[in-house]
Every structure is written in C-alpha cells, then in structure tokens.
Ligand binder design. Structure first.
Ligand code: OXD
Ligand code: MN
Length: 620
C-alpha cells in the first residue's frame, strides 16, 4: 500500500520485525481465527516499520497500560497526580502548538476530484497525498518502537461494530486508545470475523505544525479506509479511532450501507413508570454534548422516579433494524473537554474522572490535584497547563484541555451500552451555542423538516478546533468538521434514511444558550434541561398532545413545561417564541451555503426549505 512492499521484504530488520509481530498474543489469536487477515496485517506492519525505520515493533495485547504509563512517568513525560484523591491519574502536557483538531490540515484524498468532497472539505489527489505522506514518514521513527494497536469500535459481538489498527510511535496515543476503545487480545475474534479493518498510520515525526497532515483515503485498504496522520500528537488529529475512523471513514461506509455515523450523544431516560426512551443529540464540539449525555435529573424529578443513563457522549452509530434506528456507542471511554466541568455542570463526569484518568493540558494545584476554570476558587500556587506558576493573566487550563477516562468509570451506564443490537432511538436533538433567534426547543413537523433543522445549524465556534472562538458558522448536524463527502449528498442520505424507517425519530432543535439584553443566559441549563427532556419524552409517548403550532414547528405550551423556581416566566416565554422576521433573515443567510453544494443539494430539501419559508412569510 505504501509502495515499499518489495524492499520491506528484504530489509535489514525484517526478520526481527516478523518475530516481534508473531510473538504478540493478539496476533497469535488472529492467526488462529483468520490466517488471511493475519498475513495481511503482518505485512502492513512490517512495511510501515520499514518505511519509518522503527527500531522494533510492539503489537498491543491489552495489558501494557501500566508498563507504558510507568515508562512515561520515569521519563518525566507524565506527572502523577495526587494518589489519595485521584488514584492512577496522570497529567500530560502537549506542546502549545499542538492542542486541538486542525481542520486546515485535514484532507480527504481520492482520485476523482474536489467535487466529490464538496466545499466544506479540503481535497487532495490520493497519489499526490501519498507522496507527501511517504516523504514525511520515511525514517521518522528511527530508534523508536512502533506500536500497533488493534481496536474494536462497538460491543464486541455486535454486527454493527468495526475494527481498526492504529500504528503509531506515540505512547501517549497508545494510552489514550487503551482508554477510549476496546483493544488487544479481546478484539481479535471480532476483527477476524468481520474480515476487514480500517488502517491508521500515525507518526509524531518532527511535530512540525507546518507539515501537519491528517489524510483520509476512503478508497485504500481494500476500500475499507486508510488514515495517515503525522506531525501532530493531539486528540482528533492523532487518536485515529475517533474522528477519523468513527466519524469520517465510517460516514463513507454508512452512506454505502444505509446507516448513520453521527456526532451525537445518546442517553436513556426512564420515566416514573419505568419506561425507557432513548434520545440522541448532535451538538458541536465543546457545546455541552457530554453534559447532556450525563444529565442528572434534579432532585424532585429523581424522587418522582425519573432516571437517566448513558450510552454515548460523542459518537453514535445507528442502523435500521426492522424500521427502527438502533444506536450503539462505538467508543469505550471519554475524551472530554475539562474546563467548566464541575459538580454543578456535570457531577457524573466529575466522579468518573477521579480514577484511572489521563488529563491533558489542565492545571494542577500544590497538592497535584487537577484544576481548571469553572471548578471553583483558584487555589494558591496553581501551576498552569504549560507548567508555569499561574500569573492570573492567561488560562490555567487550555480551553481544549481534556480528560481521557474509561467509560466504565461512569456510574450510570445504560444496560444497553453493551447491547450488540443497540438501543431504539426515538428522538434526535440538534443544537449548539446560539445567543439569539433559536428558541429553547422546537419540534419538527416531519422528518424532512427535521433534516432542514439540522442542515440549517449555524453555531458559534469553540476551542475544540484551532481557529477563532465565538464566530457563527454553518455546522450542519454538528458534522461540518467530520463529514468527509459532499454535504449535499449527506442531506440526501438523511432524507433516504427517513424513507426506510417505519418509526423515524422525532427531530428537535434545542438551544440552551439564549441570552438577554444584559448578556446573561436566560435558561439555567445543566440538570434543569431535564424539564425540556421531560416534554420531549411526553411528546413521544403521547402524554402531551397539544403544542403551539408555529411556522417553524411545534413549541411547548408554557404550562406543559415545568419551570425552575428561579426563572422569570416571561423570559422563558420569550425564548419559546418564533421570530418570523428573524428566521426569514436566517433563511436568507443560509441560502448561499445551501447553494454552494450546487446540484448535490437535494431537490426535496429545497422544497422543504421553500415550504417553511412560505409559512414564515405568511406570518408577517
Ligand atoms: C471532540 C471534538 O474531541 O468534537 O469530541 O472535537
Ligand atoms: Mn466531538
């Protein structure tokens, strides 16, 4: 695949590479289960090791976490946190220029042409891309160990899961993957049975941001997908199982095979009668998706018998099973944004991250407890994310600092988390940070109008990606950074999915971020979002049949929302209203974006757009 197969077969280290690969327990099992895949993977690892000049190879069996952690700790690359308060927790500091996803360096590489990926992606011809990759990767691991991490996305026995291998020289990446995916021996059978896998080639190389590339080749690797990433060691750029595989490469597969790979959380909500409703939601990075997935009902709701549990905090794969969409979480852990996570905003996450967690770019106090903005008063002598004594001027934690935590540390995991068939999804929420216009909640009148809600998402940018924070940009279905093919075709794919479902989820637009004239948030958010969730559950189960019929969709009668004690009813009323003029402006603003997809933009969605627009005009 890398064009060095022949040389690799005769290379100096090849014999020892082969022996190292063959000695892995994972590889022994893989050989027993599927000799063909074993041979193919052995050749690929050898070829990559030869190209990068790796000193040796280590295939991860699943029991290496402690050894690698201890090594990095001894070398001073990990700081051990306070063992009494944060057992088995460590801090890693990344170079200040490698702290977030880099969209400008992210490419989709095909042979056909840029129209295939549309105006929201960077395209490169796959042959040119491969040349750039090879020249950067060549010799980049001299003297280093090449780690091969076999991982599985989804419950182990699930037919909806998918396997992958990430080959990397970064022990930081290995530790993260060991927390956020299922790895090693236990995944051999699943990969062998699937008889395919996504290949991820990563190298920290020289960490040169000028030559940073995150390249996706959907047609390579027997058309199962190849990702090549180098000169970066951070998050979505380097943990290739996550954004690269579970969203971008998976989206190509999902379109081909008729399912959805979404940037969505998935939560189970139990009502007092014990009935479960599963609600998924797409929110851009760093916009409260993790908090919503871990929503804890306020005390009096809990007393009444409402309960919630988590399936996914970031990514949901949904398949049509007999007319119902069923969702699984491909991941096995959280790579969550630390700042503003607190006992108020997300007590479940705070409890989960107190054990077995790898923190990146947060601050620490004198007792080596992690610290970040939003946690409470700043302790004396706090050290910032770059290891300097905090001077009160810059941030203590980087705004995109993270916690990497195994999912089983979270107390309220849904019993359906490991269900190989997934959980039946009854609602999609679309949302994001919008201080104006978008009401607290509105329900789409049809599947296609819901698709329009998603397509029209315009939200404020956050620190999860390099670039300006707080700018409004189009982010359909919160997938703009992750949708690897033409967005117009993605909308069509959504419309087609709606047609094959007997029980399509109801679609909602939510906005927790409306501000008043003084710049204060109107809705209290966090656990109080349960009140909106209750309305959604009751709309789905038919308990609440009447709602206000507006040109955009249905909004709650204010008396059907149980309001928190500390809010002004009139203010809440104002964020349930539809500003027809404002929405018409929004339609005008969005139109050039839709037109940028040319003939790829679905006719059916234009029709929906004009129908809703006409309704708004009639309102004036
Ligand atoms: C993430 C992101 O890391 O969306 O989840 O950037
Ligand atoms: Mn995300």
């Amino acid at each position: 695949m890398l064009g060095v197969e022949k040389e690799a077969k005769q290379g100096q280290f090849v014999q020892s590479y082969r022996e190292e690969i063959g000695s892995s327990l994972f590889m022994k099992l893989l050989r027993k289960e599927n000799e063909g895949i074993f041979n193919e993977v052995s050749d690929l690892i050898t070829e990559y090791a030869f190209l990068t000049g790796a000193h040796s190879i280590h295939v991860i069996d699943g029991n290496e976490e402690k050894t690698i952690t201890d090594e990095l700790h001894r070398e001073g690359k990990l700081i051990k946190l306070n063992e009494s308060n944060f057992p088995n927790c460590y801090l890693y500091r990344s170079p200040p220029f490698d702290v977030a996803r880099s969209e400008k360096d992210t490419y989709i590489c095909t042979e056909r042409g840029p129209e295939e990926v549309g105006p929201t992606n960077n395209w490169m011809n796959s042959r040119d891309a491969m040349k750039i990759a090879i020249s950067n990767l060549k010799g980049s691991m001299a003297g280093k160990v090449l780690y091969a991490v076999p991982y599985w996305l989804g419950p182990l026995s699930s037919g909806f899961g998918d396997g992958g291998f990430e080959l990397t020289d970064s022990r930081y990446v290995v530790l993260n993957l060991m927390k956020i995916t299922r790895v090693g021996e236990k995944v051999a059978k699943s990969i062998a049975m699937k008889n395919s896998y996504v290949l991820g080639l990563h190298s920290t190389a020289r960490l040169n941001p000028e030559k940073r590339f995150i390249m996706h080749f959907p047609d390579e690797n027997r058309k199962m997908g190849l990702v090549v990433s180098f000169n970066t060691d951070y998050g979505g750029n380097a943990l290739l199982s996550k954004k690269c595989h579970a969203l971008r490469i998976a989206s190509f597969k999902a379109r081909r095979e008729g399912w959805l790979a979404e940037h969505m959380m998935l939560i189970e909500v139990k009502d007092p009668s014990g009935k479960s409703t599963f609600i998924s939601g797409a929110f851009p990075s760093s916009s409260g998706k993790t908090n919503l997935s871990m929503l804890k009902p306020p005390e009096h709701y809990a007393k009444e018998g409402w309960a919630t549990s988590l399936i996914s905090d970031d990514i949901t794969w949904m398949n049509n099973v007999e007319g119902t969409l069923r969702g699984i979480n491909p991941e096995y852990g959280f790579f969550g944004v630390a700042p503003h996570t607190s006992m108020k905003t997300n007590p479940g996450a705070m409890e989960a991250i107190m054990k077995n967690t790898l923190f990146t770019n947060v601050g620490i106090d004198r007792d080596r407890n992690p610290f970040w903005e939003g946690m409470g008063p700043v302790p004396d002598g706090v050290i910032d994310w770059q290891g300097r004594v905090y001077d009160g001027k810059e941030k203590i934690a980087h705004p995109n600092s993270r916690f990497t935590t195994p999912i089983h540390e979270y107390a309220d995991l849904s019993k359906d988390y490991e269900n190989p068939m997934g959980a039946p999804v009854s609602a999609f929420l679309f949302g994001g940070r919008r201080s104006d216009l978008i009401p607290l909640i509105m329900e789409a009148k049809s599947w296609n109008e819901g698709v329009l809600f998603g397509a029209m998402q315009r939200v404020e940018t956050t620190a999860a990606a390099i670039g300006k924070v707080g700018e409004l940009r189009n982010d359909p279905m919160a997938m703009r950074p992750f949708m690897p093919y033409n967005m117009g075709e993605y909308f069509q794919h959504y419309i087609e999915i709606g047609k094959i479902l007997k029980n399509p989820p109801k679609i909602y637009n939510v906005n927790w971020f409306r501000k008043d004239g003084m710049g204060n948030f109107i809705w209290p958010g966090y656990s109080e979002n349960m009140r909106v969730v209750e309305w959604i559950v009751k709309r789905i189960d038919g308990t609440i049949t009447s709602a206000v019929d507006t040109p955009m969709g249905y909004v709650p009668n204010i008396d059907d929302l149980r309001l928190p004690a500390n809010v002004e009813r009139d203010k809440i009323k104002s964020i349930l209203e539809i500003d027809a003029k404002g929405f018409l402006n929004e339609f005008d603003t969005i139109e050039p974006f839709f037109k940028s997809f040319g003939s790829m933009f679905p006719e059916e969605l234009w029709r929906t757009y004009h129908n809703v627009r006409d309704r708004l005009e009639r309102e004036l």
